[in-house]
Design a protein around this ligand. Structure first.
Ligand code: 5GP
Length: 182
C-alpha cells in the first residue's frame, strides 16, 4: 500500500486489521518517532549508522529516502509470508516498485486524497509537521499521483475513511488463494 503521507494510510491499516488477518510489516527508519509512535510497533527507529549497517548486511529487501529520512523493509518482515501470513507494507513509490519487481504477485494499492488541497488540510491538522515539511510532502504527493496509474492495481480515494476501508477489504478478499511462497 502506498499513498502520500497524510492521506490516512495508517487509519486504513488500523481499520483493516479489525476485519482481516495480516502481518503489518514494521519498517526501519531514521526518522525520529512522533509522540504517539511506539518503537518496534510503528517502526524500528534507528540511527543513520544502524540503517547503513542494515543496508550493507543485506537486512533490507528495499529501502528509499523520503522527506530527508531513510526507510526500509526488513527481509525478516517479508519472511512472515512463509509462515502463511499475508504481509501488508506501507511504503513509498520507489520501494513499492522494487517490491513489485521482486514479487510480481504483490497486490498494489494506492490510497489517494480527494484533492491536494484536502491533503494539505490533513497534513496541517496533524500538527506534527513543519511548514517546510508540508510543502515538501505536497510536492512529492503531486508527483506520486501522476505516477500511480502505471504501478498500482487499485487506486482507492480516501474521502470517507469507512468507505476506503470497505473498498480495500473487498480488494483483499477478492484475491484468489496464491501458492505457498516458500
Ligand atoms: P512517515 O514518515 O509519514 O511515517 O512515512 C513517510 C513515507 O515513508 C510514507 O510514504 C511511507 O509509506 C514510507 N515508508 C514507510 N516505511 C517504508 C519502507 O520500509 N520502505 C519504503 N520505501 N518506504 C516506506
Amino acid at each position: 500500500m502506498s499513498g502520500p503521507s497524510g492521506v490516512g494510510k495508517t487509519s486504513v491499516v488500523e481499520g483493516l486489521s479489525q476485519r482481516i488477518p495480516f502481518h503489518f510489516s514494521v519498517s526501519m527508519t531514521t526518522r525520529p518517532a512522533r509522540p504517539h509512535e511506539v518503537d518496534g510497533v510503528d517502526y524500528h527507529f534507528v540511527s543513520p549508522q544502524r540503517f547503513a549497517r542494515a543496508v550493507d548486511d543485506g537486512e533490507l529487501a528495499e529501502w528509499a529516502s523520503y522527506g530527508g529520512n531513510l526507510y526500509g523493509t526488513p527481509v525478516s518482515e517479508l519472511k512472515r509470508r512463509s509462515d502463511g501470513h499475508d504481509v501488508l507494507l506501507d511504503i513509498e513509490m520507489v520501494g513499492a516498485r522494487a517490491i513489485k519487481d521482486a514479487h510480481p504477485d504483490a497486490i498494489m494499492i494506492f490510497i489517494a486524497p480527494p484533492s491536494l488541497a484536502d491533503l494539505e488540510r490533513r497534513l496541517r491538522a496533524r500538527g506534527d509537521t513543519t511548514d517546510e515539511d508540508v510543502s515538501r510532502r505536497l510536492a512529492v504527493a503531486d508527483d506520486q499521483m501522476r505516477e500511480a496509474a502505471t504501478l498500482f492495481d487499485h487506486i482507492v480515494v480516501n474521502e470517507d475513511l469507512g468507505a476506503a476501508i470497505d473498498r480495500v477489504t473487498d480488494i483483499l478478499r477478492d484475491v484468489p488463494d496464491r501458492p505457498d511462497p516458500s
